[in-house]
Design a protein around this ligand. Structure first.
Ligand code: EPS
Length: 399
């Protein structure tokens, strides 16, 4: 229903994203897309590139007078760094007249953990730059712009979405700490790491400083929380319709994400059933009461009305200032891995990308269930369905 495609290199002219399937009638606040892009640029541990960029969403199609028309959206994000890379990154066969920036030597020493080696072998490339320019996490700026549109679709039916950082390296919140939606949503957009525990955040900052001094990098974990979603998004009837599977794929596709959990995630494997499953108590108001939400709002791959909680685990960034052992692809002799300008830690940025990917999957599932043509249609169907679900639940006899 809702899909997107991105294009663009890290040091090319810019990024482009086409978002197809956006319903008509959505009053789109474009300034909020740019605010999300700015959030993605932030977080303690980012490198010098983010001081160059000032990411802004330029919507060039699909919106008229502030409202979506049902046509595909096209969004452009300029790379301000392009002026420093034109002699290396030009599309023309010869360097164009007036091109600026340096003509950089080919990259030939692959970084362990990056797409460098596998990418060069797969696409028959001599210069690893052709791999790293597209495998770069800069591509996630385009996803955040698309995700920002999905967030506004979800908000049109009363859902809201936020995220927070759980841990950096081994410095993490206790595994049984449940962070309330309101606590995560109250975190400042420009908080250094967006962790709800400020003492722990200070320890995380110190840990990042230590990694930087060591020429090393750090990963970590973040959680995306979505509240106010309708019951019944996704389905259990086929493997590819299970919403937990769709969310996991989307979050796992973010560069450097190595694990995804729903609710308590992998912790469920270590507890008995009585410590995992959320009991069901008689309805108060809209639906049955669930005293806990360890399932993260999904049972059988279907939303159950509780907050959806998705955790992403990120590995450390692959560019190390104290490089790991590698080889020179031109001589096949041992050589330290290449050093590219990079970040020490980008977990807060990954959380913003996580929000975007989760929002896209959930908005897609929303359109699937309630119609995809217009916001008015979705609201009509949602209202009728919610009324039917409430009636059905409330007319059950109490035994
Ligand atoms: C990033 C852009 C990149 C890196 C980082 C994230 O810009 P540059 O390569 O010019 O410094 O800062 O990318 C990586 C760590 C990576 O491995 O690709 C961004 O926009 O998020």
């Amino acid at each position: 229903m809702l899909r997107f495609l991105t294009a663009g290199e890290s040091h090319g002219r810019g990024l482009t994203v086409i978002v197809d399937g956006v319903p008509a009638g959505l009053a789109l606040d474009v300034s909020r897309l740019s605010a999300l892009l700015r959030r993605r640029q932030g977080g303690y541990g980012r490198g010098r590139r983010m001081a160059i960029e000032s990411d802004t969403a330029d919507v060039t199609a699909g919106v008229r007078r502030g409202v979506t028309t049902g046509a595909p959206l096209a969004i452009a994000i300029e790379n301000r760094d392009w002026v420093n890379w034109q002699r290396t990154m030009h599309a023309e066969p010869e360097t164009p007249e007036g091109a600026t920036g340096a003509n950089r030597a080919p990259v030939v020493r692959p970084r362990p953990g990056h797409a460098d080696l596998a990418g060069a072998m797969k696409y028959d490339l001599d210069d690893i730059r052709d791999v790293l320019e597209r495998a770069s996490a800069r591509e996630t700026a385009a996803r955040v712009a698309a995700g920002g549109v999905a967030v506004q679709i979800l908000e049109a039916v009363g859902a809201r979405l936020t995220s927070h950082v759980i841990g950096i390296g081994e410095v993490t919140l206790p595994p049984d700490r449940v962070v309330a939606f309101s606590d995560a949503a109250a975190l400042a957009a420009d908080a250094p790491l967006r962790c709800v525990d400020t003492d722990l955040e200070a320890a995380m900052i110190a840990r990042i400083d230590r990694a930087k001094a060591d020429g090393d990098t750090l990963g970590g974990s973040f959680e995306v929380i979505v509240t106010g979603l309708p019951v019944g998004l996704g389905s259990y009837v086929q493997w590819d319709r299970k919403l937990d599977g769709r969310l996991a794929q989307a979050v796992m596709s973010i560069p450097a994400i190595k694990g995804v959990g729903i609710g308590i995630g992998a912790e469920a494997a270590r507890r008995p059933g009585s410590g995992v499953h959320d009991e069901i108590l008689p309805p108060e108001g809209h639906g049955p009461v669930r005293p806990t939400n360890r399932a993260g709002g999904l049972e059988g791959g279907v939303t159950n009305g509780e907050d959806v909680r998705v955790v992403g685990h990120m590995k450390p960034i692959a560019t190390l200032m104290q490089p790991l052992r590698s080889i020179d692809l031109t001589t096949l002799e041992p050589a330290p891995a290449a050093i590219e300008r990079s970040d020490v830690c980008a977990v807060p940025a990954a959380a913003v990308v996580g929000e975007a990917m989760v929002a896209i999957v959930l908005a897609d599932a929303l359109l699937e269930r309630f119609g995809a043509d217009s916001i008015a249609q979705i609201r009509r169907h949602l209202e009728a369905t919610t009324a039917a679900v409430v009636t059905r639940v409330n007319r059950r006899p109490r035994v």
